[in-house]
Design a protein around this ligand. Structure first.
Ligand SMILES: NC(=O)c1ccc[n+]([C@@H]2O[C@H](COP(=O)([O-])OP(=O)(O)OC[C@H]3O[C@@H](n4cnc5c(N)ncnc54)[C@H](OP(=O)(O)O)[C@@H]3O)[C@@H](O)[C@H]2O)c1
Length: 332
């Protein structure tokens, strides 16, 4: 048994925003366990990251069945830390997991079928030592499974009490609209959509945010720092301890192009004039949109979580700054 005691003033340190038209509020900054919590990483650092986040009032931790590597290991890590330290705070946490991508061999370990999603959620609960998750997501739309089938699973697991809320991720605007109405008809509203959204990835602005606003569905923006590109991390080359330097990571060095770095350098100059880091500016730039409930960051170091959380103290933008940012991003 460990002896973690969370900071007593944690709820004064961040802000919360209502998730769509639901009863749930999420912290403006949430923490994802996609990288840095796997079997390849150290349990000690994972503990430090989770405690640093919770000490700042970050109550939402996001997982998926296949986070690791190896698959499942981020949920195991989280389960281990929950068992030793976080269990007394279970009711203060929003824990999410997902299924939808490749997880185990054969036709029932991938996609959006009832067979896969039900089995996967049971496995996730076992790995984390939980009776229920707060949000269960369909991780992606499966073109080969009827949308009705996938939505019925979300409704089913909520009725079973294995998840409190239903979510979808990576669904385009049209499919989101349909999914939200199917879920509403079934009696389990769609709490939230988890979408890739950053200064470098703006597809959600072309229809999805409108659907989420009009249907009262929340939005959590994943990879808001473009996996670390929208920070000062790569301004002077590729650091040895960075995501891009890791063989098993999702950020390939080929993605760190000269064109992107030119934009990052120009954005960094604006951030400096605002007396904040580029990471901080990239986060509050997303949070200025009322449709965005929370930004879902990743972190390899405690200082990154501290830095991101401090972004909220300088969240306003002047019109001129926004125009400059658009010009740099090439949307003018
Ligand atoms: N639904 C989906 O399909 C999907 C897909 C992807 C991700 N997600 C979710 O989104 C979460 C976040 O994704 P992500 O990790 O790509 O997010 P991200 O916030 O865009 O990138 C995180 C990386 O940025 C760097 N970083 C963070 N804060 C920093 C700071 N203040 N200064 C400098 N560098 C900083 C770190 O890089 P280094 O590691 O190099 O230090 C960190 O690992 C995931 O954990 C997962 O929960 C969901």
């Amino acid at each position: 048994m460990n002896s973690y005691v969370p900071s007593p003033n944690r709820y004064e340190l961040t802000k919360y925003r209502r998730c769509g038209q639901s009863g749930i509020q999420l912290p403006l900054i949430s923490l994802g366990l996609w990288h840095n919590f796997g079997g390849v990483d150290t349990l000690e650092n994972a503990r430090r990251l989770l405690f640093a986040a919770f000490d700042l009032g970050i109550t939402h931790f996001d997982l998926a069945n296949n986070y690791g590597p190896p698959y499942g290991s981020a949920e195991q890590t989280f389960g281990a830390i929950l068992a030793t330290d976080l269990r007394p705070y279970r009711d203060e946490l929003i824990i999410s997991t997902k299924a939808g991508y490749d997880m185990w061999p054969g036709p029932y370990g991938d996609g959006g079928s009832r067979k896969y999603l039900v089995a996967s959620l049971d496995q996730s609960l076992k790995r984390m030592g939980l009776e229920y998750v707060d949000i269960f997501y369909s991780h992606r739309p499966d073109p080969d499974t009827p949308l009705e089938e996938t939505m019925m699973v979300l409704d089913h697991v909520v009725r079973q009490g294995k998840a409190l809320y239903a979510g979808i991720s990576n669904y385009d605007a049209e499919k989101t609209d349909r999914a939200v109405s199917i879920l509403r008809e079934l009696g389990t509203p769609c709490l939230i959509h988890q979408a890739k959204y950053s200064m470098f990835e703006r597809w959600v602005e072309r229809g999805l945010l409108d659907v989420l606003r009009t249907t009262g569905t929340g939005c959590i923006a994943f990879s808001p720092l473009a996996q670390g590109l929208l920070t000062d991390r790569y301004l002077k080359g590729i650091p040895g301890d960075s995501r891009a330097a890791k063989a098993y990571s999702a950020l390939k060095t080929a993605e760190i192009t000269r064109e992107k770095l030119t934009k990052v350098t120009a954005l960094n100059a604006i951030a400096e004039r605002r007396n904040q880091t580029l990471a901080q500016m990239a986060l509050v730039w997303l949070l200025r949109r009322p449709e965005v409930t929370s930004v879902l960051i990743g972190a390899s170091k405690v200082e990154q979580i501290h830095n991101c959380a401090a972004a909220l103290s300088r969240a306003d933008f002047e019109g001129e700054e926004l125009e400059q940012i658009e010009r740099i991003l090439g949307h003018d």
